[in-house]
Design a protein around this ligand. Structure first.
Ligand code: SF4
Ligand code: SF4
Length: 504
């Protein structure tokens, strides 16, 4: 069922129940109504949050800049439709904490009127820098969930002698089929995006890896690449987490990314397939990233399907479009069931990172009773990173976080393969997520105490400086007083002498 013995290029992984057939055969639904209100967080990417440039009450057009990117690693956000800026306020984020983040609220006018779009005469004649600049100003980020600003990665390609662009079309998470449908329906546009990315990076060739459970997408992409021999489309085995960059890269090239390194260190840059489509739209159509295809599934929706949704739409509205029965839902997940985030509320916006909205019932998330470990080592065999999940969990249980770190905790990608195969139903990945959270807290506490120490040191230095300055000032005053006194005495002596001379 699983293992790394069959192919040396495949490490670990599991055959998870797919649940893809519910949506894989249906075309991407069109006709999603423009929501009355859209909630666009200014932080939808790795890096610094964007800074709003619009004011409350201002009329805006579809595609207009709402917030500009700040710093080298950041991305702008744009208006998904026309209307009026109703507010700029804190609003719950699509995150397990649902903590509020800065959000631009748009009241749509129903016109969906585009701002003027700039389209180059021949996009394939653009130079690399212009391509990167256009991708950056369109707010394109990695749509596989990583949301790293794509322009930064493309520029890295130019600086680091990249020979291969790897397009990750693994989509290995159960339920999710949005990339599959995109490839079936928009293969030509995706290939145009790949060609532009190659040009932007100055790289000679691209590889596209597609799991072999998507034969129609594979065929569509092969057909679209027929005239481009430098873009090779390959099937990879269906085995979760094949969509993990390192696994896909290892399988397709036989190369390993160094433990603390990046794919660029071995001449490869990895982008998600939906990102290539967003690049096509940014450059060939001049459209910023203001919508995305989302898989809506789970047994609590009567009409599971893929829907193209404006960024900022509330998930509750997307679910309602798919006949959501809220009473049946036991868990709401953004992303896939293995690595996605469980959300406490559905009134949170769809963001660029959101490739799935799953309304799962109790039967779908049933967690059987935990039994004692039987030391079968299935978790070890299933781990794609090559870790010892059981050993790490034992250390975490007794609060030996450093020992778990020594065993590789920081390399764990929280894929859940170990938990999935465990015959004793031990929720191993929960331990690792908890421990990783503790490590972050510890780092923050260390950082805080370092900051506090620095502040105390600075204060002490400041006080010492003030004391020395006060002493110097006192010294100066004393010297001035002494000088004044001496001058007075000299003057008095002169006057006395003058008086004495007069008397004589
Ligand atoms: S898979 Fe489960 S039962 Fe088997 S060794 Fe790992 S933790 Fe123990
Ligand atoms: S969750 Fe971590 S330890 Fe478990 S299989 Fe995935 S990478 Fe390995």
């Amino acid at each position: 069922m699983f293992g790394w013995f069959e192919n040396p290029r495949l490490r670990g992984g599991v055959h998870a129940e797919e649940h893809k057939s519910e949506t894989a055969e249906l075309s991407i639904a069109s006709g999603f109504p423009i929501p009355k209100k859209l909630y666009i967080p200014v932080q939808q990417h790795v890096g610094k949050p964007a800074e709003p440039v619009v004011k409350v009450g201002e009329r805006i057009l579809k595609g207009q800049l709402l917030a500009y990117s700040q710093g080298t690693i950041s991305a702008p956000v744009h208006a998904p439709t026309s209307g009026v800026v109703a507010d700029v306020k804190d609003f719950p984020a699509p995150h397990p904490s649902a903590l509020p983040i800065r959000t631009v609220v748009i009241e749509s006018d129903g016109q969906d009127e585009w701002a003027p779009l700039e389209v180059p005469d021949d996009p394939f004649e653009l130079d690399a820098e212009t391509i990167c600049a256009m991708v950056g100003s369109a707010g394109v980020v990695g749509l596989g969930g990583a949301v790293f600003p794509s322009a930064v990665k493309l520029s890295l390609g130019r600086k680091s002698k990249i020979h291969t662009l790897l397009i990750n079309a693994g989509e290995c998470e159960p339920y999710l089929t949005c990339d599959d449908r995109l490839m079936q329906e928009k293969a030509d546009e995706i290939v145009a995006g790949i060609r532009l990315m190659l040009r932007g990076m100055g790289a000679p060739k691209a590889m596209v890896g597609i799991e072999d459970n998507k034969p129609a997408a594979y065929q569509a992409m092969r057909d679209a690449c027929r005239d481009y021999p430098n873009i090779v489309v390959s099937q990879v085995p269906t085995r979760y987490p094949m969509g993990w960059d390192r696994q896909m890269l290892r399988y397709l090239t036989g190369q390993e990314i160094p433990a603390d390194g990046r794919a660029a260190d071995i001449g490869v840059v990895v982008h998600n397939v939906a990102t290539a489509h967003a690049v096509y739209k940014a450059i060939c159509l001049g459209q910023p990233l203001i919508s995305r295809v989302v898989t809506v599934s789970g047994a609590a929706v009567a009409q599971p399907r893929n829907v193209e949704v404006p960024i900022g739409t509330l998930m509750s509205e997307v679910l309602a479009f798919c006949d959501w029965d809220k009473t049946k839902m036991a868990r709401l997940v953004m992303g896939g069931p293995m690595m996605g985030d469980a959300l406490p509320i559905a009134d949170v916006p769809v963001v660029k990172a959101c490739n799935g909205i799953l309304a799962l019932t109790a039967a779908e998330i049933e967690e059987p009773e935990v039994q004692p470990c039987i030391r079968c080592s299935s978790c070890v065999t299933a781990c794609p990173v090559g870790l010892l999940p059981l050993e790490m969990a034992s250390r975490i249980k007794v609060n030996q976080l450093d020992a778990a770190v020594d065993l590789g905790l920081k390399d764990c990608i929280s894929c859940g393969s170990c938990s999935y195969v465990c015959p004793s139903n031990i929720p191993l990945v929960h331990y690792f997520k908890f421990a990783s959270g503790e490590l972050v807290k510890r780092q923050q506490a260390d950082h805080k105490s370092e900051q506090t120490k620095r502040l105390i040191d600075e204060r002490n230095q400041r006080m010492e400086r003030i004391r020395l300055e006060a002493e110097a000032e006192a010294q100066r005053a004393q010297e001035a007083r002494a000088a004044r006194l001496a001058a007075q005495q000299a003057q008095q002596a002169q006057q006395a002498q003058a008086k004495a001379e007069e008397t004589v």
